[in-house]
Design a protein around this ligand. Structure first.
Ligand SMILES: Nc1ncnc2c1ncn2[C@@H]1O[C@H](COP(=O)(O)OP(=O)(O)O)[C@@H](O)[C@H]1O
Ligand SMILES: [Mg+2]
Length: 224
């Protein structure tokens, strides 16, 4: 299978860089690459939000803030350059064509942000579409998609299987601005829907067994 793997910036860099997570994920990906092709996207997370918050308070515009978020995400993605060893590309891909070329050269493409105006969730969905991915795997700081934000609503319910239409309905109201916390942003949900890309959203714990998740054994949310 061809798989786009998105790892939330909040997992790679919660309070400080989670080196063990980076090493562990890389090891699994190298091993799973015998049977699958992977492309990895990493988000901006806490550090991006710090910079975005600071620059916003100084009065910078949204497009500028997006550029900062993109750079931090690329910095987070570059952590995997070390751990992927000889499977790592020599540079982070700034666009989808570069990522596909990198994949065709036998390396594991790494991406952060690619363009202002959308999040790395949207990057992941466009990449999935562009490379014809069989599966989009999204690992985040929540264990699946809920009917509403579980951080805000105590009675939020986790959904184990939903359609792309339902996902879009859930996330439609989320704001499209730099640093926002969304399980999948609305633009990403639209792209996943239009290309009917099978998607799985899982929490951090399951990142320790990516093989099981690919095989459908997980506690997260499947979107079809
Ligand atoms: N319907 C929803 N289901 C699950 N999480 C949601 C939902 N709506 C908003 N969220 C929020 O999205 C957060 C995940 O996004 P974010 O913090 O940006 O993580 P990441 O670093 O993985 O991108 C969750 O912690 C949760 O509070
Ligand atoms: Mg996010």
């Amino acid at each position: 299978m061809r798989i786009v793997l998105k790892i939330g910036g909040s997992l790679v860099f919660p309070e400080k860089i989670d080196v063990e997570l980076v090493k562990n994920v890389s090891k699994q990906i190298i091993s799973l690459s015998k049977n699958h092709e992977f492309l990895i996207v990493v988000g901006g997370g806490k550090i991006a939000r710090e910079y975005i918050g600071a620059l916003k308070s100084i009065g910078k515009d949204d497009t500028f803030l997006d550029y900062i978020g993109m750079e931090v995400a690329k910095l987070n993605a570059s952590l995997f350059m070390g751990a992927l060893g000889e499977n790592a590309p020599v540079e982070i891909s700034n666009d989808f064509k570069h990522a596909l070329t990198t994949l065709n050269l036998g390396k594991i493409p790494l991406l952060g942000g690619t363009h202002p105006g959308h999040t790395t969730d949207a990057v992941s969905s466009m990449l999935s579409e562009f490379v014809g991915a069989d599966l989009f795997l999204r690992f985040t700081n929540v264990d699946g998609v809920y009917d509403k934000d579980p951080r805000k609503y105590q009675d939020a319910k986790k959904l184990s299987k939903i359609t792309h239409e339902k996902l879009l309905e859930i996330v439609e109201g989320t704001k499209a601005e730099a640093g926002v916390n969304t399980v999948i942003d609305p633009l990403a949900a639209k792209i996943l829907k239009r290309s009917n890309i099978k998607t799985i959203v899982c929490g951090k714990e399951e990142l320790s067994n990516i093989k099981s998740v690919i095989e459908g054994k997980h506690k997260g949310t499947e979107i079809f």
